[in-house]
Design a protein around this ligand. Structure first.
Ligand code: C2E
Ligand code: CA
Ligand code: CA
Ligand code: CA
Length: 274
């Protein structure tokens, strides 16, 4: 009846309101946490599958909420993006990652995730240049990870920014490769240094269709002179299959979860000097 419909709507809107309130609270608390520089940075190694050596580490933001405990980045990054906090948050992660990288072996690079929104507003190239200068990190040791969302808005402007970043001497990786709508076309739109194959492919690596796709990605990467990383490697069986396919690098819980800087281990690396 009419009444039932209205009640239904009221319950629904009350739920929506509760959800919105919760989001607002989270946004206020996140703003505070960023302001107090409480967002931590963890690192997950990227491993050379043939040798087991750490080639790079990916910086991943971590927020330990005072009462709600650990909040996953998938949740708070979205809140930061919606609330206009992502530029400041991104800058903090970038600065910290560059500083931390100075304590790592010199043959290890650090990768930092960029939100598409960091390409708008203040000049990202200046920000990156500043983080490098302030930390003293060589530009060749910094990698920036972007997703195809960077190409969805302001394409020409963002492409120019990417080119200027590359000219700075940092390398650029295309993250979550294969899950987007037109990943392939983005590969030819910009000279990436690396592609990170999304975990969903690694999960299904026992299927012949997946193997066929991975083979063609390997071929393409050769042609485009791209390095390839497999994301979300959880089983040694998967690592073996990846190696057999000619995919040289892997990242995942099989090797290490993201850990605090102090917990990274550097077996086989010369120690950082100075
Ligand atoms: P991403 O960039 O694709 O990062 C990889 C995510 O997969 C990380 O989740 C990592 O912990 C997780 N992962 C790695 N290996 C495995 C595995 O073997 N199994 C499983 N199940 N998961 C694995 P995390 O740290 O929760 O981050 C989620 C996403 O949040 C990231 O996805 C990235 O898009 C975003 N993010 C994290 N930190 C930052 C940041 O500083 N800036 C920006 N813009 N985004 C960030
Ligand atoms: Ca990433
Ligand atoms: Ca990814
Ligand atoms: Ca992702």
């Amino acid at each position: 009846s009419k009444n039932a419909g209205r009640n239904c709507f009221q319950v629904y809107s009350a739920e929506l309101k509760a959800e919105a309130d919760q989001r607002n609270v989270l946004e206020i608390e996140l703003r505070e946490a960023i302001w107090r520089e409480e967002i931590e940075v963890f690192y997950q190694p990227v491993i050379e599958l043939g040798t087991g050596r750490v080639k790079s580490v990916e910086a991943l933001a971590r927020w330990q909420h005072a009462t709600r405990g650990f909040i996953p980045p998938a949740e708070f990054i979205a809140v930061a993006e919606a609330g206009g906090l992502i530029v400041e948050l991104g800058n903090q992660v970038l600065s910290k990652a560059c500083r931390d990288a100075m304590t790592m072996p010199v043959d290890v690079r650090v990768a930092v995730n960029l939100s598409a929104l960091q390409f708008a507003g203040t000049d990202l190239v200046d920000t990156v240049r500043f983080a490098l200068a302030q930390s003293g990190l060589a530009q060749s040791r910094l990698e920036l990870e972007i997703t195809e969302s960077v190409f969805l808005a302001d394409t020409q402007e963002n492409l120019r920014t990417l080119q200027r970043l590359k000219a700075l001497g940092v390398s650029i990786a295309l993250d979550d490769f294969g899950v987007g709508y037109s990943s392939l076309s983005y590969l030819t739109a910009f000279p990436f240094d690396k592609v990170k194959i999304d975990k969903s492919f690694i999960d299904r690596i026992d299927r012949s269709e997946t193997v066929a796709v991975l083979k063609s990605i390997v071929q393409l990467a050769k042609t485009l002179k791209l390095s390839i990383v497999a994301e979300g490697v959880e089983a040694s069986e998967q690592a073996a299959r990846l190696r057999a396919l000619g995919i040289p690098l892997g990242q995942g819980f099989l090797f290490s979860k993201p850990v605090p800087l102090a917990d990274l281990s550097w077996q086989g690396h010369a120690p950082q000097r100075g």
